[in-house]
Design a protein around this ligand. Structure first.
Ligand code: F6R
Length: 606
């Protein structure tokens, strides 16, 4: 967790630009931040607890003038969020910033014996280790040092005697180089580079890079030069900006019709009823003989996995199990060569999901990654990758990336259903047609925003909330509850509506809002019964209902009305008002919507 930036150029000031870049990485962590800059009198370091703006305002009064600098935004793992623990860390003429965890740092600290440590972090050990191994060549010494490190890291280092050099190294943590005119940039993620360049190089695990204004050299840890291609990024800097919305989250919620359209683009042929999934390199014969599908993911991606389970089972007849990646990795993976393990991750960097994927691969299963970041670790580690094409998601609470995942899972379910002979050509044509019209339905669902805002005015006063749903909309109840709790800090639970009578109904009274996903479906009548039960116990029921609904609407306190779509696609429509409800509730409570407390967008530690 944490974000790294760096830049080296000739003469021009870079510190202001690095602050700009750090702000674009704040989603990775925001409890403290710092900059180290080469100056004529040595390396100057400024660190501040709190968000980047604290660092920025300090630099306005006491500027650092430099054309080579590195910076960091932190999300504390080892050591509290204090100035001493903030990066960069210094050892003599060396400075370092780090993302990840050095697992053997205690061992190394012992080995470094008389070194004097200024912080409680695992990172500082890297500076001392490099200083101890110092051979006069920063890149060569870093290569030696990383051989001694266990765990995951993206590192950037500078040395006072080499004022235009930044050395970077990575293992299991993302690092991207931006190629500019007589400048090289460095960042943990592409959006931080977009104001400066669209030409990027994704470093691979084991790479050590030497950045100077005019040259870039990448080697492996043995010093062998590695060729890395420059990739042209199609996202504009504006795509990673708020585009007139008050928050990234609101902008990203409104981008969802486009998310679906992008995820479908080039993948469906409605007339022939065919789904083509570039990136899925498992041949049809193998797909036909699969015995089982297992899906691993965390958080919101785990909710997408639960929807995926429903879709894949219904369409293909394959049994599907869904596991939290963080649980799956501590059990024997009972997977074999007839199984397909799917890892879903928006970022493609989540440590637990990555580990679960690796274990599945080692157990001999076919593996497939569904993710949003083309250059991410998981995407690059896998032979089968389906990208969600949602574009950069900056709000920490995932919205459009979830929508992209649901779209890709819908396509995958159809593909498996067709290949395995469960869905006829006619059915495929019909289903693809329905999918294609989905962006319009999502557009219409976005029109619930005003109503969601008005309901949020009252929901904001609640202490708890209960979300209920059934079937393919049960995971949507879970996701609605997660969205509310993570950004508004109201305690919320998601439940399958049928479980209410087995315990949670005891909680219901006038103080407990019940949010029911009750759109048209095979279980609608029984769901309507559940809403009536909650209502008769004085609950204020907020119901997501289909256009034309009257039964649930009559029992509900307030409704959020969405277009009627086939049940299998309803999660993609029903989640929209719940995202908006969470958003407006957080706004009403004055919460920090895009950067909720204690959370980070990319969880690269277990
Ligand atoms: C919630 C949220 C998280 C992530 C989870 C997994 O809004 O964003 O629950 O879904 O941390 O992250 P990825 O999908 O990047 O693996």
């Amino acid at each position: 967790m944490c974000g790294i930036v760096g830049c080296t150029t000739h003469g021009a000031e870079v510190v202001g630009g690095l602050i700009e870049s750090l702000k674009r990485l704040e989603y990775r962590g925001y409890d403290s931040a710092g900059i180290a800059a080469q100056t004529p009198t040595g390396i100057g370091i400024v660190r501040r607890v709190g968000k980047i703006r604290e660092l920025e305002s300090h630099l306005l009064t006491e500027p650092l003038h430099s054309s080579t600098a590195i910076g960091h935004t932190r999300w504390a793992t080892h050591g509290r969020p204090t100035e001493a623990n903030a990066h960069p860390h210094r050892c003599g003429k060396l400075v370092v910033v780090h993302n990840g965890i050095i697992e053997n740092y205690l061992e190394l600290r012992q080995e470094l014996g008389d070194a004097v440590f200024q912080s409680e972090t695992d990172t500082e050990v890297v500076a001392h280790l490099v200083a101890k191994l110092w051979n006069g060549d920063l890149a060569a010494t870093v290569r030696l040092a990383v051989g001694r490190l266990e765990g995951s890291f993206a590192l950037a280092l500078m040395h006072e005697d080499m004022p235009d050099l930044i050395v970077a190294a990575r293992r299991d943590s993302p690092l991207v180089i931006g190629v500019g005119d007589a400048a090289h940039w460095l960042a943990s993620d592409v959006p931080a580079l977009l104001p400066w360049t669209r030409r990027v190089i994704y470093l691979e695990d084991g790479d050590v890079a030497e950045l100077r204004p005019d040259t870039l050299r990448v080697t492996d840890t043995s010093g062998k030069v590695q060729q890395r291609d420059i990739v042209e990024i199609s996202w504009s800097a504006e795509m990673a900006e708020k585009g007139g919305y008050a928050h990234f989250m609101l902008k990203e919620i409104h981008e969802q019709p486009t998310t679906v359209a992008n995820a479908l683009l080039g993948r469906i042929a409605e007339k022939s009823g065919l789904v083509t999934l570039e990136g899925l390199n498992i041949d049809d014969d193998t797909l036909r003989t699969l015995r089982r599908v297992s899906i691993v993911a965390c958080g919101t991606s785990w909710h997408a996995a639960q929807v995926g389970r429903f879709l894949i089972e219904q369409d293909s007849g394959l049994p599907v199990e869904v596991d939290y990646a963080s649980e799956a990795i501590y059990r024997e993976p009972l997977l074999g060569r007839d199984d397909l393990l799917i890892a879903i991750s928006q970022s493609g960097e989540t440590a637990d999901t990555r580990a679960a994927l690796r274990r599945g691969r080692e157990a001999g299963a076919h593996t497939l990654v569904i993710c949003n970041v083309a250059g991410s670790s998981m995407a690059r580690d896998s032979t089968n990758v389906l990208l969600t094409y949602a574009g950069p998601e900056i709000g920490v609470a995932s919205t459009k990336a979830f929508m992209g995942q649901l779209t890709v899972l819908s396509l995958l379910a159809l593909k498996l259903g067709a290949v395995r002979g469960r869905l006829t050509d006619d059915v495929m044509r019909q289903r693809l047609h329905e999918l294609k019209t989905l962006p319009h339905a999502i557009e219409a669902a976005l029109r619930t925003s005003d109503e969601a805002r008005s309901i949020a005015g009252e929901l904001a006063a609640a202490r708890d909330a209960l979300f209920i749903g059934r079937g393919v909309n049960y995971p949507i109840a879970l996701e609605g509850a997660l969205k509310l709790k993570e950004i508004s800090y109201i305690h919320a639970e998601g439940y399958p509506a049928g479980e209410m009578k087995h315990g949670p109904i005891a909680l219901i009274d006038a103080q407990m809002p019940v949010i029911a996903v009750a759109t048209r479906s095979a279980t609608y009548p029984i769901m309507a019964g559940n809403v009536e039960e909650a209502r008769s116990r004085a609950a204020r029921v907020i119901a997501v209902v289909s256009e034309g609904d009257d039964r649930v609407a009559r029992a509900a306190w307030r409704t959020l009305v969405v277009p009627a779509v086939p049940e299998n696609l309803s999660p993609l429509v029903n989640i929209v008002p719940l995202q908006l409800l969470a958003y407006w509730t957080a706004v009403a409570r004055n919460a920090d919507v895009d950067q909720p407390r204690n959370l980070a967008k990319t969880v690269t530690v277990q």
